[in-house]
Design a protein around this ligand. Sequence first.
Ligand code: 5GP
Length: 116
Amino acid sequence: MAEMSIFSRIVAREIPADIVFESDRIIAFRDIAPKAPVHLLVVPKTEEYANVVELAAGDPALLAEMVAVARDLAVEHSDGDFRLIFNSGENAGQTVFHVHAHVLAGGLAEGTLGRE
Ligand code: 5GP
């Protein structure tokens, strides 16, 4: 059997994480290397989809659930405004090929997308 992704190992409690939300299909936890005052990862429990393009084609309802969870977490952990990032492909900085959304919030400046 193929090795589990790092995020599936968090779902299975094989490695620890600061979990902030869990439902039957989704888990969310704090990023280990935060890039903003609030930096959460929203992750479907299935690792069937490597990136958001595959997820949107294969299970758009699950993608919509992730967006709703991101919104709720931004309200709970910040002022409700947030940035939702899906790195898609190595050249866009994706390192974990188990689809996940970065939820960034709290003190984000305008014009800070992309390089520096
Ligand atoms: P990507 O670069 O694939 O879009 O995002 C992967 C993210 O997962 C990175 O921001 C990285 O800091 C985070 N990450 C990698 N390994 C772990 C881990 O074991 N625990 C947690 N909480 N985050 C992780």
